[in-house]
Design a protein around this ligand. Structure first.
Ligand code: UDP
Length: 331
């Protein structure tokens, strides 16, 4: 029998792509989700249990009943602005939820976990590209909660022998190249889906948050990585845990190259063959001018490669999914 992997938050954007990649790699998956932001349509018929990480009893029952060989954990709130306005929501969901999950895992003798972390744990980096050894000094509650979760992983490793990998994502984007899954946040706040919606005429003009940054074209630079490349990295991280890697390890997951907002808009215009109506507005508070991750460590230690992360591929797969699902998932 193939190992069973519990995918916590597997109805969300990155979680659903990873559940698919795990099944493609021969694992069995069980999604655990509370469907607060995830979509039933993203399960693609896979097994699922409807559980809130704050419901300790039901969570413990689920872990003991299914006894997965490992957990991949995505469930979290992930909007910087919302985290500033309502930090309690973020500490409760992200930190308390992760602590409950780790305690339920230990009680059920499940001791391997791959965790969704973020480049937001680095805050404003001193140098680029950002390496894993750079100081982690988040500048908002969202980043603080993810860093707190990394501390939990470290401490549960020491105390209870939980082995873990934290994957610090840069900007996840794109959609399953087979067009089975895509990006559907409600409300949508991410650049590429918003740009494509503007190109499709489903929204007003894209608002570009500032063009007076110290970058070549004045707009912010980010490191966009294809969601299916991210999903592959989770499979590799999990395999390393199954092969006996212990302790807590952290890897950046980006594309090691940057694209500016203006370059993303131009790529969307090229791929869609449409104009992208846009206006320049004020900077969004808290946006660093440039974030680019070094991916040397994950390439060296796990053999990961970004295979689909050219801006062209990212935008083309996202556009294909959005054209076929203009209103997102049916649910
Ligand atoms: N951005 C923008 N307009 C939007 C949404 C995003 O100009 O409507 C910019 C944002 O300032 C950042 C980049 O696009 O420089 C990526 O933003 P996103 O919210 O997608 O991801 P983040 O980098 O915040 O995680």
């Amino acid at each position: 029998m193939q190992p069973l992997i519990l995918v916590v938050g597997g109805a969300g954007y990155i979680g659903s792509h990873t559940a698919l990649a795990l099944r493609d790699a021969g694992f069995r998956t069980l999604v655990l989700d509370d469907f607060s932001t995830g979509h039933r349509g993203a399960l693609l018929g896979g097994d699922c249990v409807d559980v809130d990480l704050l419901d300790v009893r039901t969570l413990g029952d689920a872990l003991r009943a299914h006894r997965p060989q490992a957990v991949v954990h995505f469930a979290a709130r992930c909007y910087v602005g919302e985290s500033v306005a309502d930090p309690g929501l973020y500490y409760r969901n992200n930190v308390v939820g992760t602590m409950n999950l780790l305690e339920a895992m230990v009680a059920a003798d499940v001791r391997r976990i791959v965790f969704s972390s973020t480049c937001a744990t680095y805050g404003l980096p001193d140098r680029l590209p950002i390496e894993e050894s750079c100081p982690q000094r988040p500048i908002n509650p969202y980043g603080n909660t993810k860093l707190a979760c990394e501390f939990l992983l470290h401490d549960f490793g020491r105390a209870h022998g939980v082995s873990s990998v934290a994957l610090r994502y840069f900007n996840a984007a794109g959609a399953d190249p087979g067009c089975r899954l895509g990006e559907d946040h409600r409300p949508e706040a991410h650049l590429i889906p918003l740009t494509l919606a503007a190109a499709a005429g489903r929204r007003g003009p894209l608002e570009i948050f500032g063009n007076d940054y110290p970058t070549p074209d004045g707009t912010c630079i980010r490191d966009y990585v294809h969601v299916s490349d991210l999903a592959d990295a989770h499979v590799l991280a999990l395999q390393s845990l199954m092969d006996g890697a212990d302790g807590m390890r952290a890897f950046n997951l980006g594309n090691a190259t940057g694209a500016s907002v203006a370059e993303v808009v131009a790529a969307c215009a090229r791929v869609t063959g449409r104009d992208v109506p846009h206006v320049i507005v004020a900077r969004r508070p808290g946006d660093p001018p440039r974030l680019i991750g070094s991916t040397e460590r994950i390439e060296r230690e796990l053999g990961w490669r970004a295979r689909r992360s050219s801006l062209e591929q990212i935008v083309a797969t996202a556009w294909a999914w959005h054209e076929r699902h203009p209103d997102g998932y049916a649910d």
